[in-house]
Design a protein around this ligand. Structure first.
Ligand code: ATP
Ligand code: MG
Length: 427
């Protein structure tokens, strides 16, 4: 037998309703904030990610699924959603359209990581992107959307942590301080951090290597180096969140995993998710679109890991939807009534009643058992007498109430709340 690749998962028919529920709640919530869905390709030119996500990040240096296609072009399975959206925005000339641009996506993403709970090689993200608005209201609105999303999905114990990592102007001074701090320890730190030291010393703070972590804990914090503009921006974001009633904690240690962030960064974390505690992460990335050669366009957004979200929902005992059940199972007692059941099922489906009927030549008893397993609301039984009469015996499986219903009245009976009337008629 051929097995599923490491770090990937199937969603089986018995589970897909949970995914549909998460997606539906996410879509409805985002649309309430004026975001519309965008869909972009699973693979892009590799350069899109190396330039956008950043070539000092773990994602780009170690985790990308990159390959040459048959035409010899280097392509990469998207490791995240933002770069593709940014490309689509520019390529389709949306900069000249209605601003701010607001879009959400639901997509799979690919990272060659060591698989463990909450860390997969194929995973799914729900994300939001807001381009063109530089003010703190945009940061706050995106965070409010993220907060609403998690609340609408029934989570109660996620914590919002925010930070500001400044802009290129204040970062120059910050990088100097960081370099001065790390320089004496470089020989004890990993190779990656030595590379980061030159290119993007802030990335060192995110290093997962134990030897490096020893030094990162005491490193200078970006928040101590903010310029006046960044300070005022951050104050306003905090003020808006506070007045909107969204509790948060300022955590100066958050820097986020991708290169493109500036100013606001935030994470929603849960202790219920275990080691992989970050359910949703985001922030502002005013430099990203310019990286792609566009005129500078401010941007802010987030991505939520859907597998991690599901883990947290399960751990918190958040409400989950019931699996869907068919409205009706049509049971035929002999060959002639089986055929009638088969044809009636199709008529009922056209009238909006979800139906199943026997496809396995089961006995009457086995059909009842099957209907019960399906959780059918009604079992409609047809035998010789029913065929002659043109009416079926209908049993409501929740209440055990039974009724005789004309074939042509079945759809109305099961969808129109006619049940009580019919019972009265019979009485
Ligand atoms: P981490 O620090 O946990 O590796 P990250 O900073 O790499 O996260 P982002 O790039 O910000 O993560 O992605 C946003 C969200 O996507 C994360 O908060 C997480 O919920 C989810 N995510 C990221 N990588 C994975 C993965 N390999 N498997 C499952 N979910 C993931
Ligand atoms: Mg990561």
């Amino acid at each position: 037998m051929i097995n599923i690749p490491k770090g990937t998962k199937d969603v089986l028919p018995s589970q897909s309703h949970v995914w549909q529920y998460i997606e539906d709640v996410s879509r409805v919530t985002a649309e309430g904030y004026g975001f519309r869905e965008i869909r972009t390709p699973v693979f892009e030119h590799t350069e899109l990610f190396s330039r956008g996500v950043g070539d000092t990040t773990d994602v780009v240096t170690k985790e990308m699924y990159t390959f040459l296609d048959k035409g010899g072009r280097s392509v990469t399975l998207r490791p995240e959603g933002t770069a593709g959206v940014a490309r689509a925005f520019l390529e389709n000339g949306l900069q000249g359209g209605v601003m701010p641009f607001k879009a959400y996506y639901v997509c799979s993403a690919y990272r060659y990581e060591r698989p463990q709970a909450g860390r997969l090689r194929e995973f799914h993200q729900f994300g939001a992107e807001l381009y063109g608005a530089e003010g703190p209201e945009a940061d706050a609105e995106v965070i409010l959307l993220a907060d609403a999303l998690l609340k609408n999905l029934g989570l109660k114990n996620v914590k919002l942590k925010i930070n500001s990592i400044g802009c290129p102007a204040c970062r120059a001074k910050y990088y100097e301080a960081l370099k001065a701090y790390f320089r004496p320890h470089l020989f004890e730190m990993c190779e990656d951090c030595n590379a980061r030291f030159e290119k993007n010393p802030m990335r060192i703070i995110d290093c997962k290597n134990e030897a490096c972590k020893k030094f990162t804990a005491g490193a200078p914090r970006a928040i101590e180096f903010l310029c006046d503009g960044c300070k005022a921006h951050f104050e306003k974001v905090k003020e808006l969140l506070g007045e909107a009633g969204v509790p948060f904690e300022v955590d100066p240690s958050i820097v986020r995993g991708l290169d493109y962030y500036s100013r606001t960064v935030f994470e929603f974390t849960s202790e219920a998710a275990g080691a992989q505690g970050t359910v949703l992460g985001g922030g502002r990335y005013d430099g990203l679109l310019a990286q792609y050669g566009a005129k500078p366009t401010p941007a802010v957004g987030f991505a939520m890991g859907m597998e991690r979200l599901l883990m947290v929902m399960e751990a918190e005992g958040a409400p989950m939807p019931e699996p869907p059940r068919p409205d009706c199972y049509l049971l035929g007692m002999d060959d002639a009534s089986r055929k009638k059941a088969f044809l009636l099922a199709e008529e009922l489906r056209k009238a909006g009643v979800s139906c199943e009927t026997d496809l396995m030549a089961r006995s009457v008893k086995a059909q009842f058992k099957y209907a019960d397993k399906l959780g059918a609301r009604y079992v409609v039984t047809i035998g010789e007498n029913e065929l002659a009469e043109g009416a079926a015996e209908v049993k409501n499986m929740d209440t055990s109430a039974a009724a005789r219903v004309k074939f042509e009245a079945l759809a109305q009976f099961m969808t129109g709340g006619e049940e009580d009337d019919q019972r009265n008629e019979r009485a």
